[in-house]
Design a protein around this ligand. Structure first.
Ligand code: URP
Ligand code: ZN
Ligand code: ZN
Length: 457
């Protein structure tokens, strides 16, 4: 089966070009100014942008955490992803403490077996011993080349000595570490003080006990450890100007540092935690927390300058009922926000149309860069001959408003309720199959596990 996408504007990380795109089976066969092929079914793309399927390098589907399980599993999460133009997710496989990496991989393979979009896994390392060290080779053999490390969360965090050992070992093997940076001991102290003062029921203390400086401190410490270990690192979900300064300093020393941020840190601020409506404030709890409008501006500027390489979602969804587990104790509110379906619409509307970033930058941070960073390029992340035919047909003339009721996520709320969106995703193609048409997911063969190679960013 062949398709000929005619008359559209192809977007890459370098810019835009009016081109036809020929798809043969699962792959892109040709990209050229004018293509004719009498056997191909024509998809009229006049007035439309053709973008490479987006890659979300940071999702948590079917994660058991904080005594509950995320509202979205791989089915609802990936449905939501596809409707938002995301054709590949890289989810965080997460063994429990005491389990091995191979245990974690088995569990995540099972969880993801009905995933509707293509997918890969990062592997969380929350423990370190000889077995785990040996199993790094098994991870590479299974197509896992990136590892998540936590500097906070008692169930998963690692002491500096272990972080350093892992950075060294992963460098030896040619992989990369993605690190959640917050200074846990001081967050713990501030939290105990807040609770002792009777602030347990006040959600604003979630953000007050996790200030930007404690994120920046952890970023700085991690980057010094990475310098000693002579290894590049990815800073997960960076939120603030103070942390950006630490990255800038490390880059000036000659270090390679890649930075991920998320739509919530670009578009939402901490004032929501002060709301009199407890449920609304709790619905915004994530870690690191939302910051200030000045931090948002710093992130937009860094995106524009290419100092932030990816915008992922950290989709980690809980329903309002699950969030209510923390009524009376803000530390018991499950942390995380839904967002896998709204990422491109938000970035396009509030970044591209406002000229904070160019369309090419949006394409880079949503598609090409995550593909390069996580070893998926050029199979994913670009519309060029030989690549998977993952294509988003986007109509810049459309418009809409975000409502939770219209989204596929089981979170049943969105932090972006009522946000206006410019443009509309008309079609999403996954490896040559039309999977979403006018917002509706069609019957299709489902997603595939995509083994990943080494970073090429
Ligand atoms: O609050 C958040 N972000 N939860 C998801 C886990 C993480 O820290 O990435
Ligand atoms: Zn994190
Ligand atoms: Zn996360």
């Amino acid at each position: 089966m062949k398709q000929l996408f005619k008359g559209g504007i192809v977007v890459t990380g370098k810019g835009t070009k009016r081109c036809d795109v020929l798809v043969d089976g699962e792959k892109i066969a040709a990209v050229a100014r004018k293509i004719t092929d009498s056997e191909a079914q024509v998809v009229d793309c006049s007035g439309k942008l053709l973008l490479p399927g987006f890659i979300d390098g940071h999702t948590h589907f079917d994660l058991d955490v904080a005594g509950t399980v995320t509202a979205d599993d791989f089915v609802s999460g990936s449905r939501s992803a596809l409707r938002g133009g995301t054709t590949t997710v890289v989810d965080f496989a997460c063994p429990h403490k005491g389990q091995t990496l191979l245990d974690g991989l088995d569990i995540w393979r099972q969880k993801a077996r009905d995933c509707r979009c293509d997918y890969g896994f990062h592997m969380t390392i929350d423990d370190w011993n000889d077995t785990i060290a040996r199993q790094l080779d098994d991870m590479y053999a299974a197509g896992i080349s990136s590892f998540k490390l936590y500097m906070t969360y008692p169930a998963m965090m690692l002491p500096d000595e272990t972080l350093y050992r892992i950075l060294c070992k992963v460098r030896e093997k040619g992989g990369i570490c993605i690190v959640h940076c917050e200074n846990h001991p001081l967050i713990d102290l501030l939290t105990r003080e807040a609770k002792a003062a009777g602030a347990g029921g006040n959600v604003s203390f979630h953000s007050r006990t996790r200030p930007d400086l404690l994120e920046a401190e952890a970023v700085s410490r991690l980057l010094r450890m990475a310098q000693l270990a002579r290894t590049p690192v990815v800073i997960a979900h960076l939120t603030c100007r103070a942390a950006l300064r630490e990255v800038e300093a490390a880059r000036k020393r000659g270090q390679t540092v890649w930075v991920e941020t998320c739509p919530q840190y670009l578009l939402l601020d901490r004032s929501g935690y002060e709301s009199d409506d407890w449920d609304h404030a709790a619905s915004l709890v994530c870690s690191p927390p939302l910051r200030t409008p000045a931090d948002q501006e710093a992130l937009w500027t860094a995106l524009r300058r290419g100092e932030i390489q990816t915008v992922a979602t950290d989709h980690c969804s809980f329903t309002p009922e699950q969030k209510a587990m923390g009524r009376g104790d803000f530390t018991a509110i499950p942390g995380g926000l839904p967002g896998v379906e709204t990422r491109f619409s938000l970035l396009y509307t509030y970044g591209v149309t406002t000229r904070k970033i160019s369309l090419a930058t949006a394409c880079r941070v949503l598609s090409e860069n995550p593909a390069r960073l996580y070893g998926l390029f050029p199979r994913k992340g670009i519309i060029q001959p030989g690549s998977d035919a993952d294509i988003v047909v986007f109509d810049p003339q459309g418009s809409g408003t975000i409502h939770a009721a219209d989204l596929a996520s089981r979170a049943s709320y969105t932090p972006y309720e009522g946000f206006h969106t410019q443009g509309a995703i008309r079609q999403v193609w996954l490896r040559g199959q039309l999977v979403v048409d006018q917002g509706m997911e069609l019957e299709h063969g489902g997603g595939q596990y995509i083994p990943r190679g080494k970073c090429s960013l």
